[in-house]
Ligand binder design. Structure first.
Ligand code: ADP
Ligand code: 5GP
Length: 211
């Protein structure tokens, strides 16, 4: 049998309001993935819990962690710092877990440099009008922060070409299905599994042709 020892590192980005959080939640309900919890200096929104939504830190606490090299990546997004804890992510991947990072584009590009074997997925809204409606509908932003996020979206969409896959989030269920399909295909990529296959021919032949 193929021994897929390492998990996938799946990076999901896209403009604010495109539906990343909604999609990741559904992916987690349907699959045995591990969603990394980031640290941030932004204040919690209604309903957000420390250590579940984010680790909410002061700027001093965050900067201390930067000094200690505790982040796989970090970035300033809309005036606040956000970072991915390094040790828990690496531990999960080494233990064969598929790990999802829902992070901004600057962070994703840093991860891509350090970890090119990751799977980089960009979530797009069906239209800019719908994007605006979704951010307003979420009710989480002041008029100023809504405009900041909306204006940033125009620039951010240009970065889609740096990603491996683009998924339009028209219907959540369909977007989730597309991502599941992408990950199944990624798990079958020869460059990920050829060593396991070549080292274990007996198991492969048995599994594929005689079972
Ligand atoms: P992001 O994490 O990318 O900022 P969210 O997941 O918070 O975006 O989604 C923004 C808003 O849009 C939320 O209110 C969410 O319920 C809604 N939403 C997400 N996906 C869809 C969709 N496919 N159709 C309609 N509304 C959606
Ligand atoms: P929000 O404040 O809406 O939760 O997130 C704002 C942005 O920060 C989103 O684009 C989100 O993907 C991004 N983000 C969340 N966690 C991280 C992280 O650990 N690193 C980086 N670079 N971006 C993050």
């Amino acid at each position: 049998m193929v021994n897929e020892t390492k998990g996938l590192l799946v990076v999901i980005s896209g403009p604010s309001g495109a539906g990343k959080g909604t999609i990741c939640k559904k992916l987690m309900e349907k699959n045995n993935f591990w969603l990394s919890v980031s640290a941030t200096t932004r204040s919690p929104r209604a309903g957000e819990e420390n250590a579940k939504s984010y680790y909410f830190l002061t700027r001093d606490e965050f900067e201390e962690k930067i000094k200690c090299n505790d982040f796989l990546e970090y970035a300033e997004v809309y005036g606040n710092l956000y970072g991915t804890p390094r040790s828990s992510v690496m531990e999960m991947i080494d233990n064969g877990k598929n790990v999802i990072l829902e992070i901004d584009i600057q962070g994703a590009l840093k991860v891509k440099e350090a970890f090119p074997e990751g799977v980089f997925i960009f979530i797009l809204p069906p239209s800019m009008e719908e994007l605006k409606n979704r951010i307003i509908g979420r009710g989480s932003e002041t008029p100023e922060s809504l405009m900041t996020r909306f204006k940033s979206a125009y620039k951010e969409i240009n970065y889609v070409s740096k990603y491996n896959y683009a998924v339009v989030n028209d219907e959540v269920a369909l977007a989730v299905e597309k991502i599941q399909g992408i990950l199944v295909a990624e798990k079958c990529r020869v460059d990920r599994i050829k060593e396991d296959i070549l080292d274990n021919k007996e198991g492969i032949v048995h599994e594929q042709f005689y079972d």
